[in-house]
Design a protein around this ligand. Structure first.
Ligand code: PMP
Length: 434
């Protein structure tokens, strides 16, 4: 049986017979599109359509697909070695990347733990917090977080995802029980109201002696609803956690590397977390890679304590191919003036999506950095909408009530206009004018 050159129909048929896709039934009949290549801001389908990428392959692509310099970074490294174990060995790609990360991150984050995916970076962060207290003779196991959050699909990460919209109902009794407080109501551009901090403050104070860490997505809660909340909330979380010496874990997996208009979303509130998780954009959409950064205090407390070591060590830790491409991607961010790129995207999204406010079924339109959101007043039908987007030459994947876009930074105004016009047309055609 040939292993290449399947016809389009064979490919789809074999896929449906054997492969599981994200969050889907194995008897999945959701629309499925075969991709043959991708370049810049475009994805080429086997059926001939060329789609403008509005999703950055789930927040990960920054400089576009098939980028000559990123390709070269992988190719050059591949000629030397694809991988080598990280126990007892080190290599330049890892050291160079760690140094770059420490240089661009909040000042107190000086130690880097590499892993293979965002969820694992969150597991690592949570283990760091638990070991931080163990080293001080305290058995603290609870994590405090805010509702409507999302931190990944592994067990500890799932335990701090939203208990209602997350996956808790499927794993009741298996997941650790964590502490939740309501999502901040004050949105990014709203005037701050102190009331918005009351629930968090009282929950924190009631349980502070048991709390290993507070974990949250700074400023943008992504998968839990694309909610952009007030920087003042984050400032207050930092002040309270600092006052009690409780570590703050910032999950910057979706927001890191400039997505929200600042290198890290924490910078909107001028706060420094004790532990920070990176993934997705870290390796610019090329090869899976994640990192958990922490302060000297967290690292030395863990390692000076009883255990003496931090107990985690993935096989593909600091994979040289992934580190090389991540390193080149960070260099490209600065060469390309990422701040200007994201500012342009923000302006184009603001003007391009504004007309959607007039459409029936639209509850809200919001933009922050390179994230544009049209929130509908009821869940959208993916099966209906996705082929309509593809027909218009754009790639978007709505979920729940949200039709959103997070394009790569190299996208131009014309392409953003096409994405926004496609969203307008499809909503208009499906729901009509208000
Ligand atoms: N944290 C956040 C904020 C995320 O958005 C995601 C991925 N959507 C994760 C963690 C998990 O990352 P991964 O899918 O790489 O495991």
């Amino acid at each position: 049986m040939p292993i290449t050159n399947y016809s389009h129909d064979q490919l789809i048929e074999l896929d449906r017979r054997h492969i599981w896709h994200p969050y889907s039934s194995i008897e999945n009949d959701n629309p499925l599109f075969a991709v043959v290549s991708a370049e810049g801001a475009y994805i080429q389908l086997q059926t001939g359509e060329r789609l403008i990428d509005g999703m950055s392959s789930w927040w990960s692509t920054l400089h576009g697909y098939n980028h000559p310099q990123l390709n070269r970074a992988v190719e050059d490294q591949l000629k030397k070695m694809a991988h080598v174990m990280f126990g007892g060995f080190t290599h330049e790609p890892a050291v160079k990347l760690a140094k770059q990360l420490v240089d661009i991150s909040p000042a107190k984050l000086k130690r880097v733990f590499f892993s293979d995916s965002g969820s694992v970076a969150v597991e690592v962060a949570m283990k760091m917090a638990i070991q931080f207290w163990q080293s001080q003779g305290q058995n603290r196991q609870k994590f405090l977080t805010i509702e409507k959050g999302y931190h990944g699909d592994t067990f500890a990460a799932m335990s701090v995802c939203d208990p209602v919209t997350g996956m808790h109902h499927m794993y009741t009794g298996v997941l650790m029980e964590q502490l939740f407080t309501p999502q901040p109501r004050c949105r990014f551009y709203d005037a701050w109201s102190d009331e918005d901090f009351n629930s968090f403050e009282s929950k924190f104070l009631a349980h502070q002696a048991d709390i290993a860490a507070v974990i949250l997505e700074p400023i943008v809660q992504g998968t839990g609803g694309m909610h952009f909340y007030s920087p003042t909330f984050l400032k207050k979380v930092r002040a309270l956690t600092s006052a009690f010496g409780v570590p703050l874990i910032a999950d910057e997996i979706a927001t890191g590397m400039g997505r929200t208009g600042r290198m890290f979303a924490c910078e909107h509130a001028d706060v420094e977390p004790d532990i920070m998780c990176l993934g997705k954009t870290l390796s610019a959409g090329y090869i899976t890679l994640a990192a958990t950064l922490c302060s000297d205090d967290i690292a030395t407390t863990i390692c000076d304590g009883k255990a003496g070591v931090f107990m985690h060590g993935p096989t593909f830790m600091a994979n040289p191919l992934a580190c090389s491409v991540a390193s080149k991607s960070i260099a490209l961010l600065f060469e390309n003036d990422w701040q200007l790129q994201v500012k342009h995207i923000e302006n184009w999204l603001n003007s391009g999506l504004a007309p959607c406010k007039q459409l029936k079924g639209v509850a809200d339109v919001r933009v922050l950095g390179s994230i544009g959101v049209v929130e509908m007043d009821s869940p959208v039908d993916l099966k209906l909408l996705q082929p309509e987007f593809v027909k218009r030459g754009i790639w978007l994947r709505p979920f729940g009530k949200l039709i959103y876009m997070i394009p790569p930074y190299i996208i131009n105004k014309d392409e953003i206009d096409k994405l926004c016009a496609g969203v307008y047309e499809v909503i208009d055609r499906t729901y009509g004018h208000a």
